[in-house]
Design a protein around this ligand. Structure first.
Ligand SMILES: NC(=O)c1ccc[n+]([C@@H]2O[C@H](COP(=O)([O-])OP(=O)(O)OC[C@H]3O[C@@H](n4cnc5c(N)ncnc54)[C@H](OP(=O)(O)O)[C@@H]3O)[C@@H](O)[C@H]2O)c1
Length: 403
């Protein structure tokens, strides 16, 4: 059912979100430099729309997080991001805020507006009906139901359409949705926290805490921007984690916790299991796992995804597809070492977020990534560094897979 917010409630929702983003440092510079009502150029307004879109990451699956800013005579008259759960879309919310000021205005949208009748009416029709004169688009929609047809429909209605404004940035925000649409699986980011020599625990298993408080806060901010977090059962047995985002007010929807556990070795008393009614817990298991145990988990509210097996555990490629089938677009993998090795070996790691703490543990510490049989340099998965950020004494480096 399409929910139409009043302009007031949209404004309230957006301003509380902005406060949240300032707290966790997610706002792009474009939005900071754009007080409502100031004249700005196309890139500035698209930058503001992208900042809104980044704010929705993790909360809009299975839909993409889209930002929309409406500008009339240099004044920002409407602005919105896709609502939690993916509906309503950004455009009708921003149009509701703009009301009659939308007539003759320019709409900056980070993603090509949809033109098909899904669970909400087409956004192209809403823009046309509101009298929008010009639409500036960040990224084209990879969904075959749209892909260029949204632009064509707007143009056919006499609206001027511009493309190619901050397209790389828009595609970056869209990466999870694009990955799911084009490959059927979510975008996979592997998060690791290690010493400088890549160790995640002492030989005795002590691992808390290798990094300092600033790095741990940044790790929670990463959780805030993902739809789901996955760990292997080894990590559940060792650490009994909550895998929740514990920054105050950091996300309006709960993150989905996922465990790769072939034979359901996870204890029924694990935190992830006993809290499954409030915060979703899904398990990727082998199709042949014990039916009694499956029933026990299902009775506790755990969602079970049965896939085939491999010598190392569950078939992760199939497991990721099962997550994609259920709408997950952005997956954060938090270890442990065996899951990390399996994902890297199988070419299933799109991005890495690596927190390095300035300590050295030596070769008897636990490696961040288990052995996975690289015997030639050209067989090694390679990544490109996008940025490094100091966090207290630690450093967060972000990498993307080399094309
Ligand atoms: N510092 C950090 O960033 C960090 C993060 C996470 C964990 N840790 C540490 O890492 C340690 C746990 O790591 P771990 O390597 O033992 O455990 P893990 O990678 O979390 O889990 C490994 C288990 O996952 C299951 N699995 C299912 N499918 C798999 C597949 N395709 N490939 C590989 N495994 C699969 C296997 O058990 P089944 O065969 O029974 O399914 C396997 O034994 C703990 O000490 C924890 O504290 C550190």
């Amino acid at each position: 059912m399409h929910r139409q917010n009043s302009a007031g409630s949209v404004r309230a929702a957006n301003s509380s979100g902005l406060q949240r983003d300032r707290r966790i440092g997610l706002l792009a510079s474009g939005a900071r430099g754009l007080p409502s009502g100031m004249i700005g150029d196309d890139a500035t307004h698209m930058g503001a729309a992208l900042a809104l879109a980044r704010r929705g990451l993790g909360n809009t699956w299975p839909n993409p997080s889209v930002g929309c800013v409406i500008v009339n005579n240099g004044r920002v008259v409407g602005r919105a991001v896709t609502a939690p759960g993916g509906r309503p879309h950004a455009e009708p919310q921003a149009l509701a805020m703009a009301a009659s000021a939308a007539r003759g205005a320019t709409a900056y949208v980070t993603l090509e507006p949809c033109c098909h009748h899904g669970r909400t009416p087409p956004c192209t029709d809403a823009l046309i009906a509101a009298g929008i004169a010009r639409v500036v688009i960040g990224a084209r929609d990879p969904d075959p139901r749209v892909d260029g047809q949204g632009v064509a429909r707007l143009r056919a209605a006499g609206i001027k359409v511009e493309q190619g404004v901050l397209t790389n940035e828009a595609n970056d925000v869209l990466a999870g949705f694009r990955q799911r649409i084009t490959t059927g699986r979510p975008l996979v980011t592997l998060k690791l926290a290690s010493t400088l020599d890549g160790r995640i625990a002492t030989h005795g298993g002590e691992s808390r805490w290798i990094t300092g408080p600033a790095a741990r806060r940044a790790a929670h901010a990463l959780r805030a921007r993902h739809d789901a977090i996955l760990v292997g059962v080894g990590t559940v047995l060792a650490d009994d984690p909550d895998l929740t985002c514990r920054l105050p007010g950091c996300r309006p929807t709960p993150v989905v916790r996922v465990v790769a556990d072939s034979h359901l070795r996870t204890p029924l008393t694990a935190r992830l299991i006993v809290t499954a009614q409030e915060t979703p817990t899904w398990m990727v298991l082998r199709a042949g796992a014990d039916p009694d145990r499956r029933r026990a988990f299902a009775d506790l509210g755990v969602h079970l995804l049965a896939v085939g097996g491999t010598p190392s555990g569950v078939d992760l490629r199939a497991g990721l597809r099962a997550l994609g089938d259920r709408g997950i677009t952005r997956l954060l993998v938090e270890g442990g070492a065996q899951i990390a090795a399996a994902l890297l070996r199988d070419g299933l790691t799109d991005r890495i977020a690596w927190f390095h703490a300035p300590g050295i543990m030596g070769g008897d510490g636990w490696p961040a990534v288990e052995t996975f049989g690289v015997d030639r340099l050209d067989a090694m998965p390679r990544f490109v560094r996008r940025r490094s950020v100091p966090l207290g004494d630690d450093v967060l480096s972000e990498f993307v897979r080399q094309a």
